[in-house]
Design a binder for this molecule. Structure first.
Ligand SMILES: [Zn+2]
Ligand SMILES: [Zn+2]
Length: 388
């Protein structure tokens, strides 16, 4: 009990040694995970505090504002360094990201880089193919072995003591944030009683409900984005692209794109792939607060265009084959063609991802890709199809 109490405050406290703990099998640590259960239980407070439009709008706004922090900061900055900022800017980003209540940016980045190195393999902490849906969505963060941060795997971040402090005492910012929201509700109750909100109501909606939904929205990328959607790139995992997940997560749903090329600031590779996080980061870059946003290399875009072209040709060929087999009446032409395209789409979506033979580098830059192209590792020799 004492151990868990200390760890709630000091998440780096680990008397048995973090390295030894990581070697143990997965086991839910019920005491350690109590704050997370408390976060979910807090949503039930709505029974007593009721609702008001301002509290609900605050919850919705804070979901999207903080989803931007999850994807734009935890993921695209700390995990992949897809853009640059000053040291002070980096600290501000880490504080902002801490309000998402998804532990420290360093813990987040450590686990995420590990996911890219071992995607859908036994070592992957949250693969739905290896551990099942529920474990990939929520179970893995309750496991005792996944609590400590392995600072040796994120040396580029661990050299900043201010980031390590925020990571170690990862309940400080969330607690201050919750208190501030309570204060805003209490203040509104006094100065604008017509809004019908209170401190406890704002705490329940803007903190507990918004944060819990934010967690599950984010967790969908670990679980759903390796199960639902299309595979444009034949990556060595089972990552997929999904418009629905892209909306829920402000652009992270283009997960197959991201597994193909992790170093670009945008996950939606083409203009029609909605990526609000990228638009936000682009706006931020115009203020000078961040800079050096990394583009998607043309070779990767061309590879995607070739893959789309090949998929549509295959679907058309299946449709023609079905037409030949089922005669030429208009109805007989339309039904098999539609069925063939549907089957081809489902087959593409469910195609087996080849297993990895070795762990890829977490970051791939343009020079590496150029080398791969020269050595013929990239796929098809078919010329790219403009606009495909
Ligand atoms: Zn993934
Ligand atoms: Zn990533």
């Amino acid at each position: 009990m004492t151990r868990a109490l200390i760890q709630w405050i000091d998440s780096d406290y680990c008397p048995e040694g973090a390295a030894r703990l990581r070697e143990q099998p997965d086991r839910v640590d019920w005491l350690r995970v109590l704050p997370f259960i408390f976060l979910h239980a807090g949503c039930l407070g709505v029974i007593w505090v009721g609702w008001s439009p301002v509290a609900v709008w605050a919850a919705v706004a804070l979901y999207f504002i903080r989803m931007f922090a999850v994807t734009g900061i935890h993921h695209r900055y700390f995990s992949h360094k897809t853009y640059s900022t000053s040291r002070f800017g980096q600290f501000l980003l880490a504080v902002f990201a801490a309000t998402t209540v998804q532990r420290g940016s360093l813990w987040w980045a450590y686990h995420h880089r590990h996911h890219h190195q071992h995607s859908d393999q036994a070592e992957d902490a949250h693969s739905p193919h290896v551990h099942g849906f529920l474990w990939s969505h929520i179970g893995w963060i309750t496991s005792r072995r996944n609590f400590p941060t392995d600072y040796s795997k994120i040396r580029d971040l661990a050299r900043f003591p201010e980031l390590v402090w925020l990571n170690r005492f990862d309940l400080v910012v969330p607690t201050l944030f919750a208190v501030a929201l309570f204060g805003v509700g209490a203040l509104l109750e006094r100065v604008a009683p017509g809004l019908g909100t209170t401190g406890p109501q704002m705490l329940v909606w803007a903190f507990f409900i918004s944060t819990t939904v934010l967690f599950h929205g984010t967790a969908c990328i670990n679980s759903m984005a390796h199960l639902m959607g299309r595979r444009r790139f034949r990556t060595e995992d089972d990552s997929r692209n999904s418009f629905i997940l892209a909306i829920i997560t402000l652009g992270e749903g283009w997960h197959n794109n991201h597994h193909r090329y992790q170093s670009s600031t945008r996950n939606g590779f083409y203009w029609w792939e909605v990526d609000p996080t990228y638009y936000g980061l682009k706006l931020l870059s115009w203020t000078g607060f961040i800079w050096g946003l990394k583009p998607v290399p043309q070779a990767v875009l061309d590879e995607g265009a070739r893959a789309e072209h090949a998929a549509s040709v295959a679907a058309a060929e299946s449709a023609a084959q079905a037409r030949r087999e089922h005669g030429s009446s208009p109805l007989k032409q339309v039904i098999p063609a539609a069925a063939a395209i549907a089957v081809a789409t489902v087959q593409a979506a469910n195609s087996e991802a080849p297993r990895k033979t070795e762990s890829p580098a977490v970051h791939k830059d343009v020079s590496e890709l150029a080398h791969e192209l020269r050595s013929g590792q990239t796929s098809s020799q078919t010329p790219p199809t403009p606009g495909a």
